[in-house]
Design a protein around this ligand. Structure first.
Ligand SMILES: *[C@@H]1O[C@H](CO)[C@@H](O)[C@H](O)[C@H]1NC(C)=O
Ligand SMILES: *[C@@H]1O[C@H](CO)[C@@H](O)[C@H](O)[C@H]1NC(C)=O
Ligand SMILES: *[C@@H]1O[C@H](CO)[C@@H](O)[C@H](O)[C@H]1NC(C)=O
Length: 249
């Protein structure tokens, strides 16, 4: 059955060991149960989000949470159901910073995020309950204070445009790592992209690390239950519009 002569077998082992020194093996074996190595804290700008959805109106003028996503796995435990009463003590904050923009005051968005991403994040002991998972997302949201960081660096919603460098530099100066900045790209002939979503990445110890472009394809279509995302990494060569909240009149 085993056709490899001893020397052939040796060569095979050598090749395997060499391959194993690289990234693939470090991620494959460092966490043998397929556990994640990175979490992506994703926040979206409500005005931009609602501009992509029909049934959506918002007057929120701060970035809100979209999700906290591990870099591996989706729907890791379909029998682990979301139960809002387990996070009762943090519901007021959840409603404020992680609102369902499509169905205000509904827990559906949290349920969806829990089933899709939370049950995978929960493979780590630090996040192995609904309460731990959602509390950690709120904690990271406050700690990294995206709203404050942008405002303090004069990146504010405006009819003026920014460059991707403006936004990127503001974030990198504070976080010291590369975030992922996503825009809605204009249709054919359009000249301006619209700032939509920002991802900040942390390791298993919740320390900031660079986000990588390669996760783009995996996650960019993760927009709520019904919608579909038109977001992708912002373009360096096109001005960025950061839409203000329309004034009520
Ligand atoms: C936003 O809308 C809500 C609900 O309609 C309202 O209660 C709130 O006062 C509004 N906030 C601002 C800043 O306009
Ligand atoms: C899935 O979740 C259920 C409910 O919390 C739990 O009893 C079960 O052990 C989990 N399964 C795995 C494989 O973690
Ligand atoms: C949700 O959690 C509460 C509090 O632990 C518990 O009493 C209730 O039975 C749970 N509901 C479901 C549907 O599991």
């Amino acid at each position: 059955m085993n056709g490899l002569a001893p020397s052939g077998r040796m060569r095979f082992i050598t090749v395997a060991v060499v391959l194993c020194a690289g990234y693939f093996c470090s991620t494959a074996f460092a966490h043998p149960r397929g556990e994640w190595t990175k979490l992506i804290l994703t926040q979206h700008w409500p005005q931009t989000f609602c501009s992509m959805e029909k049934q959506c109106k918002t007057n929120l003028s701060y970035w809100t949470l979209h999700g906290l996503w591990p870099n591996t796995g989706v729907r890791c435990n379909t029998s682990w159901h979301f139960n809002a009463s387990l996070i009762e003590d943090i519901l007021p904050e959840m409603e404020k910073v992680w609102p369902d923009l499509l169905v205000p005051s509904s827990p559906e968005f949290w349920k969806y995020e829990w089933q899709k991403h939370g049950t995978c994040a929960a493979k780590a002991e630090s996040l192995n309950s609904e309460h731990k998972y959602f509390s950690k997302a709120l904690e990271l949201y406050s700690k990294f204070d995206l709203n404050g960081v942008l405002r303090n660096n004069n990146i504010v919603p405006s009819e003026e445009h920014y460059t991707l460098d403006d936004v990127e530099t503001a974030l990198i100066n504070v976080y010291k790592v590369k975030p992922k900045i996503q825009c809605v790209h204009p249709g054919k002939g359009g000249q301006v992209q619209t700032l939509g979503q920002i991802e900040i990445c942390v390791d298993r110890d919740f320390q900031l690390i660079n986000c990588e472009k390669s996760t783009e394809e995996i996650w960019s279509n993760d927009i709520l239950v019904s919608g579909k995302s038109d977001l992708s990494v912002c373009d360096h060569s096109m001005p960025i519009y950061y839409p203000p909240v329309p004034s009520r009149s």
